[in-house]
Write a protein that binds this ligand. Structure first.
Ligand code: ZN
Length: 239
């Protein structure tokens, strides 16, 4: 198990280089692939790549000759493991790179899903109308509170909280954000109360209505035998 021990000192810089490559490729997948494949070269002490079309050399400049980090030997088990990790089985990870050139993070989706779980918890059944309204509430809550500024103390300094990774091995300081604005809920309730008082139903325009029409067209039902045949044709086991 200690045969790849030299790799451990490279893990952090390999991770950083993957982030850097995706963040700085500017949408150019050829450049991104060359940058990713330069990682195993860099760890082996090779820093120029004349055969490349775009990424001809590492961007780090001259390295400190006194550095103690060991280079990995090309062909060693540790080096082969690194190349395999970057390329994936049958280059599967390289084939994913065209989807990553825009450096889009999933954080926003995850935040939205978290809010959605609050308004539409999965353990409770809601009908279609409830589901739509609760999705709208999710969108309002998200849009009103997205990009909130950091909370500051009396002296005007940003307040931070400690964030520890799941494995407990590293921690970072994260700025605490100002509390969420929930005024919009009060406004909705006030309108509802007002409508009840005056006995009027407000005219509503639901922004998702037009979009829902796209899903209104249902396919004609196919005979069950045809569906079973199609399933069998796809299966690797029941031919
Ligand atoms: Zn290098």
């Amino acid at each position: 198990m200690f045969r790849c021990i030299a790799l451990s000192s490279w893990i952090k810089s390999v991770k950083n280089q993957i982030w850097y490559s995706i963040g700085s490729c500017g949408g150019n997948v050829e450049l991104l692939i060359e940058m990713i494949l330069a990682i195993p070269q860099h760890v082996a002490g090779i820093h120029s790549f004349p055969e490349n079309k775009h990424f001809k050399a590492c961007r780090h400049g001259p390295l400190d000759p006194a550095r103690e980090k060991p280079w990995l030997k090309v062909g060693s088990l540790a080096h082969k493991k690194l190349v395999l990790a970057l390329r994936g089985y049958k280059d599967s990870r390289l084939k994913d790179l065209p989807q990553m050139t825009e450096f889009q993070h999933t954080t926003t989706n995850e935040q939205l899903n978290k809010i959605h779980n609050t308004y539409l918890p999965k353990h409770t059944f809601f009908g279609a109308v409830q589901a739509r309204v609760r999705a709208c509430l999710t969108a309002i809550d998200h849009n009103v509170n997205v990009n909130r500024p950091a909370k500051v103390d009396a002296a005007g300094n940003v307040i931070y909280s400690r964030k520890v990774t799941r494995d407990g091995q590293s921690e970072t300081a994260i700025p605490v954000k100002v509390p969420k604005d929930t005024q919009w809920r009060t406004k909705i309730m006030e309108e509802v109360v007002e409508a009840v008082k005056v006995g009027a139903v407000p005219t509503l325009e639901i922004p998702t209505d037009e979009h829902l029409k796209l899903y209104g067209k249902k396919l004609a039902r196919q005979p069950m035998e045809d569906l079973v045949e199609a399933t069998k044709a796809r299966s690797r086991f029941s031919k």
